[in-house]
Design a protein around this ligand. Structure first.
Ligand SMILES: C[S@@+](CC[C@H](N)C(=O)[O-])C[C@H]1O[C@@H](n2cnc3c(N)ncnc32)[C@H](O)[C@@H]1O
Length: 270
């Protein structure tokens, strides 16, 4: 099945109309390959049939968004980065002295936000606030329940597991102490206006399907959303290639800082 340009246009338009998601901002080859495999998995004959099916119900729309976004995550994903977070980034941000304002952008079911909440409570207890946003409502509902699977917890250090997670059958639930740090709400990174004054923005494994232009615009908006000295944390396969042009500096791989006026050194960088 090889849909033509008009069929794709009709599909993109209905997705925008029904969900607000602008597929023109996503890399077309990956997106279209994934969409075609969805059409085939539903044994529909054409993209137009899929477009019709998509328009029929909110359940179908959610199914598509869910499949497309691939909301894979886990607690303490890339554990070595969280060690750097504890030893270098959070001290650099002054987490021991003041409450941090943090954003997990594209938070999926909240594993990254919960990981940071555990670390802050364990090592830098204070009035920190972590916001998690995503376009996927099902993932957000799970984040609010603080619910994780067996495979989500494999990297959680033992002392954190016993303090912050409670096992029920095959599932794990975050304990209430973490809730005071966490808020989850719906948000579209490619359409929303951003709040400002963040100490830390974590946006990991989200931009893989975005076009280069959409990515650059997003990183520019993150820069503006950070306070001077604030840090952007990206995924372990990602790079902000033009970080200098955007105004960032970097003292550690995958961490980009909005410089402080008159201070160009990271205190704890290796
Ligand atoms: C692979 S998950 C990443 C989860 C977490 N950040 C991590 O690294 O473990 C990617 C998430 O990005 C979300 N996402 C994709 N496009 C988005 C957009 N335009 N706005 C907000 N979230 C988006 C998806 O719904 C999905 O939950």
């Amino acid at each position: 099945m090889l849909p033509n340009a008009q069929e794709w246009r009709r599909f993109y338009d209905i997705v925008k109309a029904k969900t607000g998601v602008d597929l023109d901002l996503y890399r077309s080859n990956q997106l279209q390959r994934r969409t075609v495999s969805m059409v085939e998995s539903l044994t529909l004959k054409s993209l137009d049939e899929f477009t019709k099916w998509f328009g029929e119900s909110a359940v179908n729309q959610r199914w598509f968004l869910d499949k497309m976004a691939i909301n894979v995550s886990e607690l303490f994903r890339n554990p070595e980065k969280w060690t750097e977070m504890i030893n270098k980034v959070l001290p650099e941000l002054g987490a021991d002295k003041k409450g941090l304002k943090v954003w997990s952008a594209g938070c999926s079911y909240g594993a990254e936000a919960h990981t940071l909440a555990m670390i802050l409570d364990q090592k830098f207890r204070g009035r920190h606030q972590i916001l998690g946003t995503d376009i996927d409502q099902d993932a957000l509902d799970q984040a609010k329940r603080g619910e994780f699977s067996e495979s989500d917890v494999r990297w959680v250090p033992r002392e954190y597991k016993s303090t912050y997670l409670r096992q029920e059958g095959t599932k794990w639930f975050a304990t209430d102490v973490l809730r005071s740090y966490l808020t989850f709400r719906k948000g579209n990174l490619l359409a929303d206006r951003f709040d400002s004054g963040y100490d830390l923005i974590m946006c990991r494994n989200v931009v893989i399907y975005f076009t280069d232009e959409a990515k650059e615009e997003l990183y520019r908006k993150f820069y503006n959303a950070l306070r001077p000295g604030g840090i952007l944390f990206v995924g372990s396969t990602e790079r902000v290639t033009n970080y200098r042009d955007l105004g960032f500096d970097t003292g550690l791989p995958f961490f980009y800082r909005k410089p402080l006026e008159g201070n160009n050194q990271w205190r704890n960088a290796s």
